[in-house]
Design a protein around this ligand. Structure first.
Ligand SMILES: Nc1ncnc2c1ncn2[C@@H]1O[C@H](COP(=O)(O)OP(=O)(O)OP(=O)(O)O)[C@@H](O)[C@H]1O
Length: 275
């Protein structure tokens, strides 16, 4: 995938016209997706192929500041692959533009962080996991401890700062992973099924934190099998089918409009099982 950083060729500078050109299955109006918000990432014709598997095909998508984007679809439909593609972790066909923020696109490119279903934490204390991530991100030594402690406090883990990260409960580990992401002060947070392995109470805690981060201005992209979670956290929903983006709608319309047959079936099949 060719990458364009900062300087944005006119043809992919996402204005309302770019939404018209997107392969929406339905006539999502540009206003409903609020094309006035600044673009953060644009994909044009993005794809991913693993051996003989076409995991993602011809995806056109503009992620905008303030999006709380939920990616839904059946197992293997390409949700994780699209997350990785947006994050820049996959080099496939198509074009990915990371839009510089600030006046006339002259500022810095968006800072991104990713949270996985099962957090990857090192055999170190909770605090050291954070200060190490900050070191890797180039944060000066003098700031690391303060930022790590602020992040631990933010997720309610300050009293466990010296506890081994691997000894924490599943919910605490996911909160620690969120603290690590938050400490990096991301513009965009990617979440791959962030509560899939948590019990209901831990799930609520993690969802509340994710919601708080979004309220603070962090743009969210999350894959989820939980349509109730998409309703609670998202303002925009994309439905993928066999690697293709077939629905891209504001959350209210996703749950109330008449969807293409496969997406409608997906909704019917899943909704009774989610709360
Ligand atoms: N690294 C890889 N190597 C080979 N095939 C892969 C790889 N990553 C993904 N795939 C394949 O690409 C397709 C899409 O996978 P992906 O993980 O993106 O789907 P998903 O919608 O996130 O699935 P799930 O809901 O089960 O997590 C699947 O057929 C998967 O087997």
């Amino acid at each position: 995938m060719s990458a364009v950083l900062g300087g944005v060729p006119r043809s992919i500078d996402a204005g309302p016209l770019a939404l018209d050109a997107a392969p929406l299955a339905l006539d999502a109006t540009p206003l409903a997706l609020d094309a006035s918000r600044p673009a953060l990432i644009t994909l044009r014709g993005a794809g991913a192929v693993f051996g003989t598997v076409q995991a993602l095909a011809e995806v056109d998508l503009t992620l905008r500041r303030g999006d709380r984007l939920a990616l839904v679809g059946a197992n293997g439909s390409g949700k994780t692959t699209l997350l990785r593609c947006l994050h820049g972790l996959i080099d496939g066909p198509g074009e990915r533009t990371l839009h510089a923020q600030g006046p006339a696109g002259q500022g810095r490119v968006p800072v991104m962080a990713m949270l996985f279903q099962r957090p990857f934490l090192l055999h170190l204390t909770a605090r050291r996991n954070l200060t190490l991530a900050l070191w890797l991100a180039g944060v000066p030594r003098a700031e690391r401890r303060q930022r790590a402690d602020a992040a631990l406090e933010r997720v309610g883990l300050q009293s466990l700062a010296e506890r081994s990260a691997r000894a924490l409960s599943g919910g605490q580990q996911q909160r620690l992973a969120l603290a690590r992401a938050w400490a990096l002060r991301p513009d965009i947070l990617f979440l791959d099924e962030p509560t899939a392995s948590l019990d209901p109470s831990a799930k609520r805690e993690v969802e509340t934190l994710i919601d708080d981060f979004a309220r603070d201005g962090v743009t969210l992209v999350m894959s989820t099998h939980n349509l109730g979670q998409a309703k609670r956290l998202a303002n925009r929903v994309i439905h993928l089918e066999a690697g293709r983006l077939v629905v891209d709608l504001p959350v209210d319309r996703f749950f109330h409009d008449t969807l293409p047959p496969a997406a409608a079936q997906f909704l019917k099949g899943e909704l009774p099982w989610t709360t």
